[in-house]
Design a protein around this ligand. Structure first.
Ligand code: PLP
Length: 427
């Protein structure tokens, strides 16, 4: 089949005029959110700006199709086209990450983790994973999540001295508790994870090793950080963070676990896959395989390092001393501001970031002593290390101030910056 020509091929896709007419209230929400994303600095570490190609796949008629099962083995007819989308997504994921098997159906990172656990664990089994207050995710054994309710979760953390993962503690806990699964990878850990060390510990106690690469899989795709694939039995990911795809999940594993993973996704934990999202994942994986994406991934890390440095100059302490990835965690106690106050003030100044607990945080998570910032979105906008210095100054100013006129000044400077590097430039 040749390349479709968008000017002569009839495509029924996003039609904003139709939405305005049919549902002006929702149309207004869409416009408001576009203006918010364009008009401010988006520094939430797990967010990014997808390409128009990804959005086109998401807004396509693939959203209508039921396709329970897998390509060639569906429970519904009419799946020839969506089969092609899923086969492309799987092929691209396997090639990009050098994985033996890929399942592209999980609706989210949480769904991917649920399926991964279901593939290798029975209720009541022990998992060893990073503690939530030290940067782990809810699905790593929190009591408020299925992972902490259905499994016996043991948590490791970081050392107080350098805020890096304490591999001696991981080994001691593994020896003491003999987990069936060890999980590494986190939500708020700015440093590289030593996958080889985790592999050695898992082998010593006969555990499976799962790497939750939700945050950094995009950096792996762009070769900006080491890959967990050679070390892990299972790698789970999200597709919407640095990877710049649609909201969704992805599981990579070795061939011997392929059947168990596939059955754990469907029929165990999900029904029909979201084929529009699967197609959009294929688009994003294709984009991530290109040379421009490799440059992007490296810039994301360089920008995070520049931003962390700039924020340190503003009196905020970078947890662990800096970052190797796309995110940094800052301790604001030195400037006498809580994470929640900083988040609120920055929001008023057009800077979106989140409060975050720091390791050994003396205050409650809803107050938090820190903030977390990520550079995936601002790098997609084309911002550079020089811009990061300015952003650090703006965050420093906004975080310290409750004064409306100061926050208005910061907001104006933010407006100038995003006007120079527009997200979704006007066509
Ligand atoms: N795993 C990690 C490490 C995450 O950071 C996240 C989300 O932030 C998830 C899993 C869950 O992803 P989702 O929000 O798509 O369920």
């Amino acid at each position: 089949m040749g390349t479709p020509d968008s000017t002569s091929t009839p495509f029924w896709g996003p039609d904003f005029a139709a939405l305005c007419e049919a549902d002006p209230e929702i149309a207004e929400v869409l416009l408001g959110e576009l203006a918010r994303q364009r008009g401010g600095l988006q520094l939430i570490a797990g967010e990014n700006f997808t390409s128009s190609a990804v959005l086109a796949a998401l807004g396509s008629t693939l959203a209508n199709k039921y396709a329970e099962g897998y390509p060639g083995r569906r429970y519904y007819g009419g799946c020839a086209e969506v089969d092609r989308a899923e086969e492309l997504a799987v092929r691209r994921a396997r090639a990009l990450f050098g994985a033996e098997h890929a399942n592209v159906q999980p609706h989210s990172g949480t769904a991917a983790n649920l399926a991964a656990y279901a593939a290798v664990l029975a209720p009541g089994d022990t998992i060893l994973a990073m503690s939530l207050p030290h940067g782990g995710h809810l699905t790593h054994g929190s009591r408020v999540n299925f992972s902490g309710r259905w499994f016996h979760a043991v948590a490791y953390g970081v050392r107080e001295s350098d805020e890096r993962i304490d591999y001696d503690q991981v080994r001691d806990l593994a020896r003491a508790h003999r987990p069936r699964l060890i999980v590494c990878g986190a939500t708020a850990y700015p440093r590289l994870v030593d996958f080889a060390a985790f592999r050695r510990i898992a082998d010593e106690v006969g555990a499976y090793l799962m790497v939750d690469a939700a945050h950094f899989i995009g950096l792996v795709a762009g070769d900006a950080v080491p890959s967990p694939i050679p070390f892990a039995d299972i790698v789970t990911c999200t597709t919407h963070k640095v990877l710049r795809g649609p909201r969704g999940g992805l599981i990579l594993c070795r061939e011997e676990l392929a059947d168990r993973i596939d059955r754990a996704v469907f029929p165990f934990s999900q029904g029909g896959p979201h084929m529009h999202s699967v197609a959009a994942k294929a688009v994003a994986l294709g984009e991530a395989a290109g040379a421009a994406y490799r440059v992007y991934a490296r810039r994301v890390v360089a920008n995070a390092q520049a931003l962390a440095q700039g924020l340190q100059a503003e009196g905020m302490r970078a947890v662990s001393g800096g970052t190797d990835t796309h995110l940094a965690l800052l301790d604001l106690r030195g400037i006498g501001v809580s994470g929640s106050d900083a988040e609120r003030r920055c929001e008023r100044a057009g800077i979106t970031l989140n409060k975050n607990a720091i390791p050994f945080d003396p205050v409650k998570p809803m107050i938090a002593s820190g903030i977390r910032v990520g550079t995936a979105a601002v790098t997609t906008q084309g911002m550079t290390e020089t811009d990061m210095k300015e952003i650090a100054l703006l965050i420093g100013r906004a975080a310290r101030e409750d004064d409306e006129s100061v926050l208005r000044e910061v907001r104006a400077a933010v407006g100038d910056l995003v006007a120079t590097h527009p997200a979704y430039p006007r066509r």
